[in-house]
Design a protein around this ligand. Structure first.
Ligand code: NDP
Length: 247
C-alpha cells in the first residue's frame, strides 16, 4: 500500500507541520482526519483540502484528554471506514532554563508532548493489533536526540517519545502485529511554535535562529509522506531534518 487511500489521523493539524502534512497527504490521495483545539483553523484547512479535490474531515481534539483522542480515531473510522496511520504531532515548546522554574510549563509539555502521544498510541493500539497493521509516526525534535540549554523539559518529552516509538516497533515485531513506527527530529521549521515561548531570553534566541535559517513545514510533510509510502514490510524508523543553513 502507498499513501493513496490510506486513512491518516493527524494531531496538531491546525497549523505548521500538521497542516502542511494534511494538505500534502490529501493531495496524494490519503484520507486525512485532522485533530487540534482551534476549530475555525481545522474547518478552514478541511475546506481548502476539499476544494482541491481531497478527502478530509476534522474533530476538535485536546490530546491531553484520552476521550478526545479516542473520539478523533472514532471519527476516522466512522467517516472513512478504518484507520491506517496516526501522526502524533501536537506539541508546544515553551523553552526556558530549569533555574527559572516555569513549572506550569513543565506540566503542560509533559501533558501535551508526552501524555498526548501516549493517548494517541492507546487510541489506535486496539485496531492496529487486531488488524495486524498500522503505522505510528511521532514528531520528536532535534532536542530529542541532543541536549540544548533551555530544552531541559521540552527535550525530556522529546527524548521520551523517541524511546516509546522504538519500543513499540520492537514489541510489535516480536508480537507479529506489523505495526510500523517512525520518529521525526526536525530542527528549525517556521511555524507558530515559537508563540508558545514565554521566557523572553529564550524567545529572542529562537527568533534569531529561526529568522536566519528556518525552513517551511513542507519539508517535514514530504518526510511523513515518504514514511507512509513505503511498502508494508519496510519500516523507516528515524528522520533528522535540518535546514541546510543550520549548524
Ligand atoms: P505549531 O505551533 O504550528 O503547531 C502545533 C500544533 O499542536 C497546533 O496545531 C496546535 O493546535 C496543536 N496543539 C497544541 N496543544 C494541543 C493540545 N493540547 N491538543 C491538541 N493539539 C494541540 O508548531 P509546529 O507545527 O512546529 O509543531 C508541531 C510539532 O513539531 C510539535 O510537536 C513540535 O514540538 C515539533 N517540532 C517543531 C519544530 C519547529 O522548529 N517548528 C522543531 C522540532 C519539533 P491548537 O492550538 O489548535 O490545539
Amino acid at each position: 500500500m502507498t499513501v493513496q487511500n490510506k486513512v491518516v489521523v493527524i494531531t496538531g493539524a491546525s497549523s505548521g507541520i500538521g497542516e502542511a502534512s494534511a494538505k500534502l497527504l490529501a493531495a496524494n490521495g490519503a484520507k486525512v482526519v485532522l485533530g487540534a483545539r482551534r476549530e475555525a483553523k481545522l474547518q478552514a484547512i478541511v475546506d481548502a483540502i476539499q476544494a482541491a479535490g481531497g478527502e478530509a474531515t476534522y474533530q476538535v481534539t485536546d490530546v491531553t484528554k484520552m476521550a478526545d483522542v479516542q473520539a478523533l480515531v472514532a471519527k476516522a473510522k466512522a467517516t472513512f471506514g478504518g484507520i491506517d496511520v496516526i501522526f502524533n504531532n501536537a506539541g508546544i515548546m515553551p523553552t526556558s532554563p530549569i533555574s527559572a522554574l516555569h513549572t506550569d510549563e513543565w506540566d503542560a509539555m509533559i501533558d501535551i508532548n508526552l501524555k498526548g502521544v501516549l493517548n494517541g498510541v492507546a487510541a489506535v493500539m486496539p485496531d492496529f493489533t487486531s488488524q495486524k497493521s498500522g503505522q505510528i509516526i511521532t514528531t520528536s525534535s532535534v532536542a530529542g536526540i541532543k541536549s540544548f540549554p533551555g530544552s531541559g523539559v521540552y527535550g525530556a518529552t522529546k527524548f521520551a517519545v523517541r524511546n516509546l516509538m522504538e519500543v513499540i516497533r520492537t514489541e510489535s515485531a516480536q508480537e507479529g502485529t506489523n505495526i510500523r513506527t517512525a520518529t521525526l527530529y526536525p530542527a528549525a521549521i517556521n511555524t507558530e511554535l515559537l508563540s508558545t515561548i514565554t521566557d523572553q531570553d529564550a524567545l529572542a534566541g529562537m527568533n534569531q535562529l529561526y529568522d536566519a535559517v528556518g525552513i517551511t513545514p513542507d519539508a517535514i510533510a514530504r518526510v511523513v509522506n515518504f514514511a507512509i509510502d513505503q511498502p508494508a514490510d519496510v519500516n523507516v524508523n528515524e528522520f533528522t531534518i535540518y535546514p541546510t543553513r543550520q549548524a
